[in-house]
Design a protein around this ligand. Structure first.
Ligand code: SR1
Ligand code: MG
Length: 403
């Protein structure tokens, strides 16, 4: 039966599961458990023993940072299903899943004890260059492997059926990312200064912007290109040197691939607005991310023998590589569409992280209050520009011209 675990009851639980007990080593009396909950939704404990440590994540029946907001428990089940669905394609780019308890809504996974949350590393200026390449590869490989390009459509539909039931967390995204910031009457919106009243009112009164947001709502809710992470911001990535892991897949759902890419890129841009000396490397990381995504996706497309329904048409692998072939033109069209989506969803993410329910710590690093307000105003202006112009942004160079 479900009960929220404490440090003590979690230790008792782990002691009664032999494979987990063996990972920790020794006996329960030798173990320590500390709560390290950091995200908005769940409780997370790190349990350490003489032989190793475990990361244990449990759903609460409410939003952790707002206990008045009731929330179904099933989100850790979707996180586990996401890990199981992408692990073969992305390998060590996610933590290893050791155990799922469907009654306690508990997952036990590899503890990344030498890693740091990327958002914190960015704020402190300690993130090593090059992580963008790893994120691009991650999205390329996960997107390829869960799409009809790689799988028979029957298998894609079976996966979609599973994640189409991730309703509570998809509702959060639809509300917090795709709707609330554009509504004048939404109590969940907030901004730090009356100096932002005018730019916020402009967003909320801009009919052309709202029409463009509706087009992105349509893309998110009706385009089932691949299984998304669904919440790929810099707090969902852990980094240790060049080892980059993606965590927290509880928002996983089928959707347009540009959603994950755009959300991640938006968080890099906002970090650089708060810390302007990050501007140059932010641009380098975004360019790297995009080229790595394209390379990873195309590499799988050209070299994977087990294709989905597209495979029967592409009889010769070499044709897919030839620069002048019809396949190259088709791939270019596809990548342009991903970039259009990326640009639009990046714009949505920038606006919601600036005036919506779930804002970001990066802005606090801007130093004095005028600098924080300036960073936020820039993010609103860029977000609006990206949403309005997304359909004309085809390339990463064009994207960077708009930030
Ligand atoms: C109520 S949850 C708020 C936000 O936190 C998560 O990490 C997602 O980004 C969500 O939108
Ligand atoms: Mg999260």
């Amino acid at each position: 039966a479900y009960r929220p675990l404490t440090a003590a009851s979690l230790i008792d639980y782990l002691a009664s599961h032999i494979p987990l007990k063996e990972r920790l080593g020794g006996n329960a009396a030798d173990w320590t458990a500390r709560e390290v909950s950091d995200g908005n939704l769940n409780t997370v404990f790190i349990v350490s023993g003489p032989a190793g440590s475990l990361c244990c994540k449990q759903s609460l029946p409410y939003v952790r940072v707002d206990p008045t907001w009731a929330m179904p428990l099933e989100r850790t089940l979707f996180e586990a299903r996401w890990m199981q669905s992408v692990s073969a394609a992305v390998g060590h780019q996610i933590p290893a899943l050791y155990h799922l308890d469907e009654g306690l809504f508990l997952i036990v996974m590899e503890n990344l004890d030498t890693h740091h949350v990327l958002r914190g590393a960015l704020i402190q200026g300690t993130a090593p260059a090059g992580f963008g390449a790893r994120i691009g590869e991650f999205v390329g490989h996960a997107a390829w492997a869960t799409s009809w390009r790689a799988l028979p459509f029957e298998d894609v539909h079976a996966l979609r059926d599973i994640f189409s039931r991730n309703l509570a967390l998809t509702r959060i995204t639809v509300d917090l990312v795709l709707t609330d910031p554009y509504r004048r009457d939404c109590q969940r919106n907030r901004w730090i200064s009356p100096e932002m009243d005018d730019p916020v009112a402009e967003l909320q009164d801009d009919i052309a912007l709202h029409a463009a947001v509706e087009r992105l709502q349509e893309r998110f809710l009706s385009v089932d290109q691949a299984l998304l992470h669904g919440d790929l911001h810099t707090g969902s990535v852990m980094i240790s040197g060049d080892d980059v892991r993606v965590i927290d897949g509880e928002f996983a759902v089928f959707g347009p691939i540009g959603f994950d890419l755009g959300m991640f890129i938006a968080n890099l841009v906002m970090n650089a607005y708060a810390q302007p000396d990050h501007d140059e490397w932010m641009r380098d990381e975004i360019a790297l991310l995009w080229s790595s995504f394209q390379h990873a996706y195309q590499e799988r497309e050209e070299n994977t023998d087990t294709r989905g329904d597209v495979g029967s048409l592409r009889a010769k692998k070499a044709e897919g590589r030839a620069g002048s072939s019809p396949w190259a033109a088709e791939r270019s069209r596809f990548m342009h569409q991903v970039m259009h989506d990326l640009a639009g969803f990046a714009g949505l993410e920038m606006i919601r992280r600036t005036i919506g329910f779930a804002q970001i710590a990066d802005y606090d690093a801007a130093g004095d209050r005028p600098s924080q307000i300036e960073a936020r105003r820039r993010a609103l202006a860029t977000g609006r520009r990206l949403i309005l112009k997304a359909g004309r942004i085809d390339t990463v160079a064009s994207l960077l011209d708009h930030v």
